[in-house]
Design a binder for this molecule. Sequence first.
Ligand code: SF4
Length: 502
Amino acid sequence: MLKQDFNRQEPKRRIVGDRKQNVADAAFKDASYPHRLNFYTHAPTADITLEEFEKWAIDRLRVLSELEACSFRNKSPDETAAHMKPLLEKYLPLSPNSSSSTKLSEQRRKDHYSHFILRLAFSSTDDLRRRFARVETMLFRLRFDADTERSAFVSSLDIDWFEPVSDEEQAELRDDLQAIAGFDKRTGAVEETWYKVDWMRVPDLVESRKVLLRGGKAYVPSREQASMIITEFTSRLEKQLVLTSQAIPDLDEDDRLVPILDHLSKNFVTPDSSYMSGSTVPEGAEISARNIDNLSQHFPACMSHLHRSLRRDAHLKHYGRLQYTLFLKGIGLNLEECLIFWRSGFSKITDDTFNKEYRYNVRHCYGDVGGDSNRRGGGYSPYSCQKILTEHAPGPGEAHGCPYRHFDMDNLTTLLQGMGVTDRSVIQGVKEDRDGRRYHMACNRVFEHLHKPEIKKAKDEFVMTAAQLETIVHPNEYFKRSYLLKNLGKHRGGDADVKMEE
Ligand code: SF4
């Protein structure tokens, strides 16, 4: 693994791979991509822009996060492949040589670079390294299984730990091999090609009894070759991630890359999503102060809890107001209506107190007052799940944060029951997600449960694409998707054609 040292070269903002130093046995090679698949043995060394650096990494992260979500949802390999197909085509396409696509090199370059950028971001702790190796292996497996040109790729690999079993040995073990693999009914021969490997190299095949064990060796039929290749991929990646983690301190001084890498690694805890407030108002929705009670049926647990707390106490503390105001702004509530909403919500105080203590902060969120950059940018953006989950944990008497993370299980259960979740298996699933610190997956589980018939309908009627059913990682996306699903067919003269925005 190479040490990466990216130097500032303003104003072109080029990133330059370090050509001077290396860690371990680095080798600089001009990247050529004869195969669609890649073992990512050599780090890329050519120049890319800072924008490419960030965008490519985020695109790969979206793919990896969604793959991980498939595994959390126990999707079968076929379901995962079907779910991931459009996302891979959108964010990380890889065409085969036979396609003669003019974009082959461009696609493979992005795949190569994005893998290495994420290696930098996810090598700092054991936990991140383990998760990264796991999801990268899932991606490799998905691609390997679908690759029609994989034998050329396998032949190109420098793997010395499995050797073909000779004809003589195969004849000697014929009965045992047959018992494992069956035989060709036409010729009576056993599987044509067998490989011999140290049994510890293929634990999954040993466990599933798909190999013959003799003298510490596993005899593997050629059709199980994928398992060996994938095991090798994982083992090399795990070793290289450790080497990368040793090189990471040298990046500390780069003030452009460290924040990006830091942001990416936080995103891996919960994928982040930027949310464009201009595209949020679902068609036909009445977004007004007086309708918020009604709309709150579409709120995720975090905002539902804030809304309930406001109605119960006629008050919310600072961070709660901030989180909720930005969310309301994100669903399309304008400033005037938002001020009406808060004023009427804080029913126990006078106009004077409201104007003195609270009005300014609401206006500030909308960019109506405050610094120039805040005003120019239209105020602050609604918070993503990642931000809510990782910043400003709520203290006593505060209602902000994410209930899946910040509530105990009893309070969370009560809140979920209030939102209409009574199915014990869903609550149990939420508990397991929570125990595994997969908070946003718990939220998606609840969303899917509460919208089950509508999701089915949207899929059956092709109203929503797979990309629109990506895992929710933003409270405003939760709201928008919920509203649209619950109102399928109610707009545009009753046609079932409410379209989701990409
Ligand atoms: Fe809100 Fe996100 Fe937590 Fe869901 S996962 S409750 S949307 S912060």
